[in-house]
Design a protein around this ligand. Structure first.
Ligand code: ADP
Ligand code: MG
Ligand code: ZN
Length: 640
């Protein structure tokens, strides 16, 4: 290291001298000029600088009071020396803003025989300018030398030429994470599996004494925000060992070989600190199937992965280092990663069910002030599909809203608004009453009507014509939580419910007046119908799977989606999808037509109130027709 710097200095110094010299030669003319002006200013040393207007300046010239003019900044400014007859011809220095380098002015100065000088533009003070001029080539040359020296001294061939990564330690180390298993909720099974890992780290003798090999790697698999990072930290926290973490995407850099050197550094540091835990987030960024992808593999990624595998093989299982990796894409991982002796244990960390959500809410509401009648259970019920991170965010948003509304504790209204905001985006300004608001109201009431009248459909939670996010109006349904299997009737009901908006526009306003507002609905319908045909075997084509569910064209291991479906079959699939959607649409339209009176009434109420909850919707609708019993309680949160 020292030697390298010394030799760089040896190179850099003569070059610097050379540059300095050349500058002195080129800059000589400039310097002498400066000297002259210094002498001039020495003469009028006690002159004070004031300002005057351009017009006044011209008057001064005409009066013969101006003795010299120095023009700066490409003719924008001038310092004028003028004599003041009132103060017995004392010389004054006056600043003038000029309207640009006017030839007239120059001519005038020549005519009057006033000495003038035009100075070149200087953006920086002269001293700094020199430094700036020198610095740039110096940095460039220095950089080149550095590079050249490195590639010379590295015996690794061209791949090792740019070892920038070595100097940057990109992993983080926490001596104590401070996270305990108590802080992670709703993932009981994963926690159970991982408790063993804590024992591996804390009391390895327990296992080694009976001849057991301690596993080296655990792979946490689950969608983002479910608490994988948190779990890894909790393991380190419980075991009281340092936590090394690095994200897979940080391994992969522009330069080949950087990732590999980072892996080496990471393991080196970890070995110095054992027992410890290494956490590799987003391992799929490096651990993808090698050789996959369009245009061949990715050298850098493969080198990094190879290095990782080598490091994992290189240490004994009993030396107190456990590697935990996280991914939400286990399907794309290289199978070599999953071999025994590497990440041979997999732990699923799924989005929590209602009980899990409740316990996560309990964890995150510990430090929040909740109003007495706010039940966490009702929040858990309203948030199917929310992950731990979503729930943490929800409570935080609710707390922010509470503060903004100047209340002293979080009530159900804030939670409700926060859910809406997280799911559908920011609330917009209500539309002014008019034709388009009416159309939106019919569209939403259409969704809600179908949803309420079909027994297999989820019940309506609320309907609103207040815009939110991208949507101009919204109909909220309360899905049955933890429903593992969905029946054909339910899927059909969902398709019809989604078509309800368009059907209402169509029936009420006519075919020519339907709008683009149904675009999202129609996309959803198409995807549901196609899946029913190709994935779930719910069409006349019978229970055959007609499409692999791989959408990964270039990322995963399938280079292309499977194309073992003949043209004839794919035409049949299209036909089936179209038939199904057409049939559903027809039924939807007839339900809308048969309930036109109820709809008109509901739309009037909706336009007046802007939001109707499911209960009220059902009450009004039941005055016109009978509503199927949904044998499920409709969770009503807000009293809006
Ligand atoms: P992941 O790594 O799976 O993407 P994180 O562990 O980074 O998710 O979770 C982000 C945040 O969300 C955590 O810091 C925590 O506040 C919250 N969180 C996520 N899952 C849970 C959980 N199961 N229990 C408690 N909090 C959670
Ligand atoms: Mg994470
Ligand atoms: Zn819609």
């Amino acid at each position: 290291m020292n030697q390298r710097w010394r030799s760089i200095a040896l190179w850099v110094l003569p070059i610097g001298m050379l540059l300095l010299l050349s500058w002195q030669i080129f800059g000589a003319a400039d310097l002498s000029k400066d000297l002259k002006s210094n002498q001039a200013s020495a003469v009028s040393r006690n002159a004070a600088v004031t300002r005057m207007s351009y017009g006044r300046f011209l008057d001064y010239i005409n009066a013969g009071r101006v003795t010299s003019v120095d023009i700066y900044e490409g003719g924008q400014k001038a310092i004028v020396e003028a004599i003041d007859p009132d103060l017995d011809n004392r010389v004054q220095k006056i600043r003038v803003d000029l309207p640009g380098l006017a030839p007239d002015l120059i001519n005038k100065l020549k005519e009057e025989g006033i000495s003038f000088d035009i100075h070149p533009i200087k953006s920086t003070p002269p001293g700094l300018g020199i430094l700036g001029n020198l610095l740039f080539p110096l940095i460039l040359i220095g950089g080149l030398i550095l590079l050249a020296r490195r590639s010379n001294s590295m015996p690794g061939g061209p791949g090792q030429a740019m070892q920038f990564g070595k100097t940057k330690a990109r992993f983080a180390m926490e001596a104590d994470t401070g996270v305990k298993f108590d802080d992670v909720a709703g993932v009981a099974e994963a926690k159970q599996d991982l408790e063993e890992v804590v024992t591996f780290l804390k009391q390895p003798e327990k296992f080694t004494s009976v001849g057991a090999q301690i596993p080296k790697g655990v792979l946490l698999v689950g969608p983002p925000g479910t608490g994988k990072t948190l779990l890894a930290k909790a393991i380190a926290g419980e075991a009281g060992v340092p936590f090394f973490s690095l994200s897979g995407s940080e391994f992969v850099e522009m330069f080949v070989g950087v990732g590999a050197s980072r892996v080496r550094d990471l393991f080196k540091r970890a070995k110095e600190n054992n027992p410890c835990l290494i956490f590799i987030d987003e391992i799929d960024a490096v651990g993808r199937q090698r050789g996959a992808g369009i245009g061949g593999g990715n050298d850098e990624r493969e080198q990094t992965l190879n290095q990782l595998l080598t490091e994992m093989d290189g240490f004994e299982g009993n030396n107190g280092i456990i590697i935990i990796a996280a991914t939400n894409r286990p399907d794309v991982l290289d199978s070599a990663l999953m071999r025994p002796g590497r990440f041979d244990r997999q732990v699923m960390v799924d989005a929590p069910d209602i009980k899990g959500r409740l316990s996560i809410l309990e964890v995150h509401s510990r430090n929040k002030k909740l109003s007495e009648n706010l039940s966490l259970e009702s929040i858990a019920r309203r948030t199917p599909g929310f992950t731990g991170a979503d729930l943490a965010n929800l409570l935080n948003e609710a707390a922010i809203l509470t503060a903004r509304r100047r209340k002293d504790s979080i009530s159900i209204n804030e939670v409700d608004d926060a859910v809406d905001r997280i799911v559908a985006g920011m609330e917009g300004q209500p539309l002014t009453d008019g034709r388009s608001k009416r159309l939106i109201a019919y569209h939403e009431v259409g969704h809600a009507l179908i949803g309420t009248l079909l027994k297999a459909h989820d019940p309506v939670q609320k309907v609103t014509v207040i815009p939110r996010g991208q949507a101009k109006g919204l109909t909220w349904f309360s899905p049955d939580d933890d429903q593992m299997l969905i029946s054909r009737a339910q899927l059909k009901a969902r398709i019809m419910g989604a078509l309800g908006g368009r059907a209402a526009e169509d029936v009420v306003f006519g075919r020519e007046e339907v709008t683009t507002g149904a675009g999202g609905d129609i996309q959803q319908v198409a995807s549901m119908a196609r899946q029913m045909v190709t994935k779930y075997g719910m069409s006349d084509l019978g229970p055959v799977s007609l499409e692999g569910d791989s959408q990964e064209v270039f990322l995963g291991r399938d280079l292309m989606t499977r194309s073992d479906i003949s043209d004839a079959i794919s035409r049949q699939i299209d036909e089936q999808v179209r038939d199904m959607v057409k049939h559903c649409y027809k039924e939807t339209v007839s339900i809308v037509e048969n309930n036109r009176n109820a709809m008109d009434k509901l739309v009037d109420i909706l336009i007046e109130k802007e939001t109707i909850d499911g209960e009220e919707f059902c009450k009004v609708l039941s005055e016109y027709t009978s509503i199927p019993n949904k044998d499920r309680v409709i969770p009503i949160l807000s009293s809006k």
